[in-house]
Design a protein around this ligand. Structure first.
Ligand code: GCW
Length: 704
């Protein structure tokens, strides 16, 4: 092993570590539990890159004797990998690049916080599984965040580029510590103004802060930008002047930001402009941008979240739209599909594109922000949900064709960020765990959800097992419980507001007779000629969506044997029963009970689990600082209460259509259906009601 002289020198440092206070904790330091180490002076005979400076400064927090070694002659670690060895009492980080050393430094600090003892001959080697580990911010230029529940955007466009907030470096550091290396700064519902020169200069200022942490900046672009800011007649991707406009824009961007990552595009979806406006295809649209970025090494990320263009069932549309385009995209285009085919619901099967598309590199988009999972009021540990999809077998190339492997072809995994300008970044202290878990899974999708939870808890609170074990169990049970109390068995999109806030239950809205709601949810097309039309809504006899071969045929979008498994209730996983099947209330389930009994049992069980959360938290009070303790307790109490809200609202509403009695063993509703129907919160896309307001609304809905 070549040990360069330079690095022997760098192993010796003068520096100051930062004391950790055990008192009240505002959560701002996240899992890092220290501010950025300051006043670290380095003794080196060679110039030190900013990235290496970061690595060395962080290593001053290591309590063990350490050294770093950059070995450019190795060729097994790549740009970002590292190896750790303990030799002669010294922990050594070995990497080919400064970036690798930085990731190695964060690895060691994580191990230290988790209680690892660096005994002689300790060895570790890590290389990230995905090339692009990316956050998608849905942040707007006016400072609001679509589906953001932790305050306003951290990007302060008004003060940039003159004032560069210290938070940008803290953000970069937090991401670097978990391996995130790419970020899209703005909303996919993109303002064309984002590409104006004045704004690009602001983007440059942010990119300059993120770069030493190994993070590349991307932007969402509006397809009509050549018209809106370029004053062209249209944005037809096949017109030379449109192509020229994009080329000029790319040139301008790369002059400012030489390592700019590329464009993310939401086109012809939910009212956004796109190539279909001119009779062109998604491939035509993506390719004009790809050609502009190609000379600089940039990529186009084209979203597959399209629906409503054609009278097909919504969950089938993306595959139908993109399959004919296989082989037609430039090689620097990646198509990004959500984890499931509908829209980040609590429980969806994996997106059929992952099993059917062969000749388009596919990225996966996960949602870290909890749009449909209680926003910043509920504890929902999403790693379990993400693992479920990443580990799903698509059978594309026989058994073992997991979604995780499929997206390795593009190398891109993206998560819609849950970060805002709240002091603790995510408002609910446990939402930090989702940001953390996303980064860890993007680095290594084989990690286990509980192992990640334990890492996060150890670093964020304490590594004492008396705290970590029960709280980890609570986190692990959270998504399964939410699925049960909100939308059990694969029921989807029954929120109290459709286009608006997606908060609270409203199964009554998604019914025939409520055409506008049904259309937005587009659970099935409103076109009368589509087979299986109007099979979603609840009737006196049934509930669910018939997506079997006899219904809309959606099961056919999955490879064998899944197609037949999903088609038959006896082999369909319980969590997808209502996703693929329309069930009679009195129908006997494979479990022996009737569907109605089974459904009510799910609501009951979810509510019971949520009811245990406040007590679990109270039992670990001694391990938590008072500030975060109170913040979490208040929200867990609300979550327990909201679980009953969901259970009562759904059971009472379904009873109003099926006229069946409450099954034995189900706790009688405490709320009044008519009053629940009147609960309403402001209907906008960046709103999460305050816990006190929800509590007040629920007080008012109690039965007299
Ligand atoms: O989940 C839905 C959201 C929209 C979002 C859209 C999308 C950015 O309700 O707010 O728009 O999906 O992913 O494009």
């Amino acid at each position: 092993m070549a040990n360069t002289a330079r690095n022997a020198a760098l192993g010796l440092l003068l520096g100051a570590t930062v004391a950790i206070s055990a008192a009240a904790d505002d959560g701002s330091k996240l899992w890092l539990q220290s501010a950025i180490p300051q006043n670290v002076s380095l003794q080196s005979d060679k110039p030190v890159s900013e990235t290496l400076h970061i690595a060395l400064s962080e290593l001053t927090r290591l309590k063990h004797k350490w050294g770093v070694m950059q070995d450019k002659h190795r060729n097994d670690l790549g740009k970002e990998g590292f190896e750790i060895r303990v030799m002669d009492g010294t922990v050594k980080v070995i990497a080919e690049t400064d970036l690798g050393l930085m990731y190695g430094a964060y690895y060691l600090l994580r191990q230290q916080a988790c209680g690892t003892v660096f005994t002689e001959n300790f060895r570790a080697k890590e290389i990230p599984y995905y090339k692009y580990r990316m956050l998608n911010h849905w942040d707007n230029l006016d400072g609001t965040i679509e589906r953001g529940y932790a305050g306003n955007s951290i990007w302060k466009w008004d003060e940039l580029p003159g004032t560069v907030s210290p938070r940008y470096a803290e953000y970069a550091r937090a991401n670097a510590s978990i391996g995130i290396n790419a970020t899209v700064l703005n909303n996919v519902n993109a303002s064309p103004k984002m590409l104006e020169t004045a704004n690009l200069e602001k983007v440059k200022a942010i990119a300059d802060v993120l770069r030493p942490y190994g993070i590349r900046v991307f932007l969402s672009v509006n397809f009509a930008s050549p018209m809106v800011i370029g004053k062209l007649k249209d944005a037809d991707p096949l017109k030379p002047e449109v192509a020229a406009w994009w080329k000029d824009k790319a040139k301008e961007i790369y002059n400012l930001i030489p390592d700019f990552g590329g464009f993310l595009v939401k086109a012809n979806s939910e009212g956004q402009p796109g190539p279909c406006d001119y009779g062109r295809t998604h491939a035509d649209g993506a390719n004009v941008l790809a050609d502009a970025l190609k000379p600089y090494g940039g990529v186009v990320i084209w979203r597959a979240f399209v629906y409503g263009q054609k009278p097909q069932e919504r969950v089938q549309q993306a595959l139908l739209e993109f399959q004919p385009l296989e082989g037609k995209f430039r090689d620097n285009v990646i198509v990004q599909a959500k984890n499931g085919p509908l829209d980040f619901q609590p429980c969806e099967p994996f997106h059929p594109m992952f099993g059917k598309i062969r000749n388009i590199p596919l990225a996966i988009e996960l949602q870290i922000t909890q749009e449909y999972l209680g926003q910043s009021n509920h504890l929902a540990y999403l790693a379990t949900l993400w693992k479920e999809v990443l580990d799903s077998d698509t059978y594309q190339n026989g058994p073992g064709s997991t979604v995780a492997k499929k997206i390795h072809e593009s190398g891109m995994i993206a998560g819609v960020a849950n970060i805002g300008d709240d002091v603790n970044w995510t408002r609910h202290p446990f939402a930090q765990a989702n940001w953390y878990a996303f980064g860890r899974l993007a680095w290594n999708p084989d990690l286990k959800a509980d192992a990640i939870a334990k890492e996060w808890l150890s670093q964020t609170f304490t590594s004492n097992p008396a705290f970590v074990d029960p709280v980890c169990d609570m986190m692990m049970s959270s998504v399964p419980a939410i699925r049960q109390y909100m939308m059990p068995l694969g029921l989807a999109h029954i929120f109290a507001s459709t286009l608006g806030n997606h908060y609270g239950p409203g199964p009554w809205l998604y019914q025939t007779g409520n055409e506008s709601f049904l259309k937005y949810a587009s659970l099935l097309s409103t076109n009368e000629n589509v087979p299986g039309r109007k099979v979603f809504d609840a009737t006196e006899t049934e509930l669910g969506a018939d997506r079997t071969k006899k219904g809309t045929g959606t099961v056919m979008q999955y490879n064998s044997p899944l197609c037949d498994q999903y088609n038959d209730l006896k082999t369909c996983p319980e969590r997808y029963w209502l996703w693929f099947h329309r069930l009679g209330w009195k129908q006997k389930m494979p479990t022996g009970d009737t569907f109605w009994e089974h459904l009510c049992g799910q609501f009951e069980s979810g509510a019971k689990t949520a009811a245990t959360y406040p007590g679990i938290w109270e039992s670990v009070k001694m391990y938590v600082d008072p500030e975060r303790y109170d913040l979490v307790l208040g929200r867990l109490k609300l979550q327990a209460r909201e679980a009953v809200w969901w259970k009562d609202a759904c059971i009472l509403f379904y009873q109003s259509v099926n006229h069946l009695d409450l099954p034995k063993g189900i706790t009688p509703p405490i709320y009044d259906l008519a009053k629940l129907k009147r609960i309403s919160f402001p209907s906008n896309v960046h709103f999460c009601p305050k816990p006190e307001d929800v509590n007040k609304a629920l007080d008012g809905a109690l039965k007299k």
